[in-house]
Design a protein around this ligand. Structure first.
Ligand code: FMN
Length: 365
């Protein structure tokens, strides 16, 4: 029987258990995107808390194109010393740290009126109402290169890997969506074409970082927008193709941001009702059977017993936690002592607080 505390080795990465901290933007980086002391403190706490692998909050790869306030930046070598400090802190506690790389597209929330917002096509965003500028092929090349350069910076700083953020309605996820991607060139049309930018991004990162540097991807199992968005079959196709191309790890999420219609990425009020938890697991379970690469699932993982059952009834290898570890950074240690421990997180979705950073309501002393 498989156990959530099994020690695993995926590629050349040692996991001391099967728990991952999924990427969570803190809103606490230095104003220029550098690693601040607040960020170091948060990650030190997480690493002490027993989690095997920590994925950072999303970091932007092109100067001035940050979709959120005070997010981490990875567009220049000047960020490497701060990253090194962060990585060294986490490594003291025998945990891995992966840098998540992202681009916002028209789902941006920061400084949007003062800059041009690029996306696959000129389409008004359903919720932000931003009308994006269609990226040229040369813009796409620039972006792909920027992700590759940022991955190399991550390697130089000592990160254990990088994660491509292709989920939740941000730029790469918009390329996958027929609603946002109306292109007639090699980046639009069929799902193979809509995913081309992701394949090129992965190849560019691989070329720059070499065969042994772990590259993860976070991808939606579906946008849940019917034909307007990425479908489950589309997602399965991309995962299978990336598996063949050599990606090292797939983390399955779902849905796009700002969607008022259920189901959401970050679902509220799930703590009392177990049937509402682990909400993307049935999709991740199918994908896990279809690829060779390890698959993790994120979204509503709250209950140790439920995750253990899923671990043993599918090929899902790891379980990612977000809000629960924002609430209790030592949740994994608590489960180590008592697997029946119920997380304190009440899934109230009040984690967002722009001025103070994204801090759980229970920790806002
Ligand atoms: C405050 C906050 C910030 C987040 N930032 C990111 C991010 O930077 N990148 C990302 O891929 N997902 C981000 N997410 C989504 C989480 O990684 C996760 O997919 C979602 O919260 C569902 O998991 P949970 O039920 O364990 O919270 C964020 C979620 C929260 C609550």
């Amino acid at each position: 029987m498989k156990n959530l505390f099994d020690k695993k080795e995926f590629k050349n990465l040692k996991f001391k258990n099967r728990f991952i901290r999924s990427a969570m933007h803190e809103g606490l980086a230095d104003p220029d995107g550098g690693v601040s002391q607040d960020i170091i403190n948060i990650y030190e706490d997480l690493a002490k808390g027993g989690i095997a692998t920590i994925i950072t909050g999303f970091a932007y790869t092109i100067e001035g194109e940050n979709p959120s306030h005070r997010m981490l930046a990875a567009y220049d070598d000047k960020f490497i010393p701060g990253f090194k400090k962060l990585v060294d802190t986490v490594h003291k506690y025998d945990a891995n740290i992966i840098l998540q790389l992202a681009s916002g597209g028209s789902q941006a929330k920061f400084n949007c009126r003062k800059r041009k917002i690029y996306a696959p096509s000129t389409v008004e965003h359903k919720f932000t109402k931003i009308i994006s500028i269609e990226m040229t092929e040369s813009d796409i090349k620039h972006l792909v290169n920027a992700f590759g350069d940022a991955a190399l910076r991550a390697k130089k700083a000592g990160f254990d890997g990088v994660q491509i953020h292709a989920a939740h309605g941000y730029l790469l996820s918009q390329f996958l969506s027929p609603y946002y991607n109306k292109r007639n060139d090699k980046y639009g049309g069929s799902i193979e074409n809509r995913a081309e930018i992701i394949f090129e991004t992965y190849r560019n990162m691989r070329e720059k970082t070499g065969d042994n540097f772990p590259i993860f991807i976070k991808i939606n199992c579906s946008d849940f927008m019917e034909d307007e968005g990425l479908t489950f079959d589309d997602s399965r196709f991309i995962c299978q193709k990336l598996d063949k191309m050599g990606i090292d790890f797939i983390e399955i999420s779902g849905n796009v941001g700002f969607n008022e219609v259920q189901p959401q990425i970050i679902r509220p009020d799930i703590n009392k009702d177990k049937t509402k938890q682990c909400y993307f697991s049935k999709y991740a379970a199918i994908i896990s059977e279809e690829v060779n690469v390890p698959v993790a699932v994120v979204g509503g993982n709250r209950n140790f017993e439920m995750m253990t059952e899923l671990l043993n009834s599918s090929k899902i290898e790891c379980f990612s936690l977000a809000r629960t570890v924002l609430c209790e950074s030592d949740i994994v240690k608590k489960w180590q002592d008592n697997t029946a421990y119920e997380p304190k997180c009440i899934s109230c979705n009040q984690c967002w607080s722009l001025k103070q950073g994204n801090i759980c309501v229970f920790n806002r002393a």
